[in-house]
Design a binder for this molecule. Structure first.
Ligand code: URA
Length: 253
């Protein structure tokens, strides 16, 4: 059976996106239902990626400039979200990561822990990254906005604009090779478009302010609600993998 079909069926049935030989991320075990089951075959003929492969990230050392931006975010009162937040949620991952994922906004668990994508959707995101050989700490993960909108409502324009400068500084500091917009709201904002997800995913865009290649993928929270879309999400992951590996020169639109 072709590799992509097998992955598609696997993703529809028993989630099994972790690559053979990859160690579970911290906190995950092989009993994790998102990681259990038959494992996907290698994505290419290359050697299995080593957990600390320099082709993904070269350093985990905290970056002084990034810490300064984080401190500014912690003090931020630019919009009303500072009144209701418990913690600011700045970002996490390797500071020299080649891939930066940008979600929408922190949810309840993120607001509690001060870290992006640590709830149920975050666990699925971890499994998705694992499936293409990346540990969570080998990419950089942030959100459009750094404080939780009450009741998990969509972020308001003023909130996104208030935080835009922090995100821009983060991208500048991390200086990734590519960006990944996680979900519709991040995708539409980062690409300044109102096009629907169906038209945005499946190709490599150019993020205008930075010129970086940008890939759009379904939000894991959406995939938890619509598991039948996991097959498409798998295609997105394969595109992410091949773009990062440079095996597909990005055709920027
Ligand atoms: N959804 C997001 O977009 N970001 C998070 O950090 C958590 C859930």
């Amino acid at each position: 059976m072709p590799h992509s079909n097998r992955s598609y069926l696997t993703a529809l049935g028993i989630p099994s996106w972790r690559r053979r030989g990859l160690a579970p991320s911290a906190g995950q075990t092989s009993d994790d239902p998102l990681l259990a089951g038959e494992q996907t075959p290698s994505l290419s003929n290359r050697e299995e990626r080593k957990p600390n492969s320099p082709s993904i990230t070269d350093s985990q050392a905290p970056d002084a400039a990034l810490l300064r931006i984080k401190a500014a975010v912690e003090r931020c009162t630019r919009c009303d979200l500072h009144r209701t937040r418990n913690r600011t949620v700045f970002g996490v991952g390797g500071v020299e990561a080649h891939c930066m994922l940008i979600g929408e906004a922190p949810g309840a668990e993120e607001d509690r822990q001060g870290e992006p994508f640590v709830g149920r959707a975050g666990k699925l995101l971890d499994a998705m990254l694992n499936a293409i050989g990346f540990r969570r700490d080998q990419v950089y993960i942030a959100n459009m906005i750094k404080c939780r909108p009450p009741g998990n409502r969509d972020p308001q324009d003023i909130e996104i604009r208030s935080c835009a400068d922090y995100l821009a500084q983060q991208i500048d500091e991390i200086s990734p090779r590519m960006l990944v917009a996680v979900g519709r709201i991040a995708a539409q904002r980062l690409l300044s478009t109102t096009e629907p997800m169906g038209r945005l995913r499946g190709r490599i865009h150019r993020h205008e302010p930075t010129g970086l290649p940008l890939l759009v993928m379904y939000h894991p929270a959406y995939l938890l609600r619509r598991p039948r879309e996991k097959g498409k999400a798998w295609q997105d992951l394969l595109m992410l993998h091949s773009t990062l590996e440079g095996s597909a020169s990005p055709d920027l639109s």
